[in-house]
Design a protein. Structure first.
Length: 479
């Protein structure tokens, strides 16, 4: 990020060649509208949002893991040949159908706080993803602000270039009249014409730079380039003031508020929580299980008595030396299949169990996961510390560049005032024939160039203060 900001500051050094087209435009875009367009259309931001959504799904699943599981199973089979009838648990040798149905549940009572630690880890991952998404938006927003200011700077420089061209044109008309009346020679007229052509060339160059600035802004917003684009003024002070905050205050604020710093700290916290989560996998887990089961068989049958007959059973009783036969009742049965619904209800059975799973050896999986988690924590800690070091360096660099930029702006402002006085004197002398056209043109060129340089210096200073505003209070201050 800090290299990105530094690159943006380098680009601002080219502002002295930018200008503004004075054509009327059909619509005016505000800075906030440009930022919204850029965020909506930027693929990096959209991708970060997808990653954040994925992290949210992971968090939702981690929270859902605290609930018990509930699963149903239904299975039907066809048997041929000799097999065990599941209804009677006896062998049969025929073709028949059978069904098995079960409803089971499992609930983890305790597993070393593994589920709770995983929820906390996923919550931190989701928070970090949101912060990283915000950082992508912040980076893009800041790029839009810089490009937006570049267009405004180009507009102001073009206005100055056109004003300088018009002043030269007025002077050319005056010299033309004097030449026609024989007051000045061809050399003086040619010098002014050359100056006028030079001013026109500068206008052309400024227009080209303005369109390039618009193109850069359009590409940042990921929209089609439109030469009629017009931007709303954001109320930049005509005379910038010295920045009030100190470098230490800026760094403290940046370390507390920037999303990139918060994201790094959150990733570090997530890495620590991941270690706790993996350690809890070494602990036993206590699981409560239960289920309800039933089955069905197409060969399940029942018998009913259709008739009864008393028949001798072959035994006898001696009575007075005479054998008397013994009779017993013999029933005649009719067999019929048991209906599906009756089997389904009659065969229901339930179970409840309490199990303790004790991890003893699992190919060093937990051990190696723990090593990796500790390494990830060390890396996350190093990243967070390095980020703060880079942030402090960036704040110091940007702060001192801002100070030098402000000093440069003040010197160029003094130079413009001095050249204005010089041009006023040179104009009077030139009109009275005291100095030559060359001397007048040199004096005017000095003022023209310093005026363009003043605009470039002003916006260069504003760009640098916007970066410090961003460090101090986020993009609300920068906008």
């Amino acid at each position: 990020m800090f290299r990105f900001l530094f690159t943006c500051l380098i680009l601002s050094s080219f502002l002295q060649t930018w200008g503004q087209d004075t054509r009327s435009h059909s619509s005016v875009l505000s800075l906030q509208e440009c930022i919204q367009l850029a965020i909506q259309n930027n693929p990096d931001v959209v991708n970060k949002e997808y990653l954040a959504s994925s992290s949210k799904i992971g968090l939702d699943q981690a929270k859902a893991n605290v609930f018990p599981t509930l699963n149903a199973y239904l299975g039907h089979s066809i048997y041929n040949g000799r097999s065990i009838n599941i209804y009677t648990n006896s062998y049969v040798n025929q073709t028949y159908n059978s069904g098995s149905y079960q409803l089971t549940t499992n609930f983890t009572i305790w597993n070393g706080s593994s589920i709770q630690n995983y929820i906390k880890k996923c919550a931190l991952d989701y928070k970090a993803s949101e912060l990283e998404t915000q950082q992508a938006k912040d980076n893009l927003t800041f790029q839009v602000i810089l490009n937006y200011l570049a267009v405004l700077a180009a507009n102001e420089q073009l206005t100055i270039a056109k004003s300088q061209t018009e002043a030269t044109a007025e002077k050319l008309r005056t010299i033309q009249v004097k030449f026609d009346n024989g007051v000045v020679g061809m050399g003086d007229l040619s010098d002014i014409k050359g100056q006028y052509s030079n001013n026109q060339l500068i206008v052309v160059q400024q227009k080209n730079t303005l369109e390039n600035a618009k193109l850069t802004l359009s590409q940042t917003m990921n929209v089609a380039y439109d030469s009629s684009m017009q931007l709303q003024d954001i109320g930049i002070e005509t005379t910038p003031k010295e920045y009030p905050s100190s470098v230490d205050d800026i760094y403290i604020s940046a370390a507390q508020k920037l999303a990139v710093v918060k994201a790094a700290d959150t990733r570090l916290a997530s890495a620590f929580k991941n270690i706790q989560y993996i350690k809890s996998q070494r602990m036993p887990s206590l699981v409560l299980s239960g289920g309800a089961y039933t089955n069905y068989s197409s060969v399940a049958s029942t018998s009913t008595i259709v008739s009864s007959t008393d028949m001798p059973n072959g035994a006898y009783v001696l009575e007075n030396g005479q054998k008397n036969p013994v009779y017993e009742t013999q029933n005649t049965y009719a067999s019929h299949n048991i209906p599906y619904g009756s089997q389904w209800k009659n065969n229901i059975n339930t179970s409840v169990s309490l199990g303790l799973n004790i991890p003893i050896f699992n190919a060093f999986q937990v051990k190696n996961k723990l090593k990796q988690a500790k390494l990830d924590q060390v890396q996350a800690d190093f990243t967070a510390k390095t980020l703060r070091t880079q942030l402090k360096q960036a704040v110091e660099r940007d702060y001192f560049n801002m100070k030098f930029s402000f000093e440069g702006y003040k010197k160029i402002s003094e130079q413009v005032n001095a050249y204005k006085t010089s041009l006023m004197a040179a104009t009077i002398k030139f009109d009275n024939g005291v100095i030559t056209t060359v001397d007048y043109i040199i004096t005017k060129n000095n003022l023209d160039q310093s005026s363009l340089n003043l605009v470039a210096a002003k916006y260069d200073y504003i760009l640098r203060t916007k970066i410090l505003d961003y460090y101090l209070g986020g993009l609300e201050a920068a906008e």
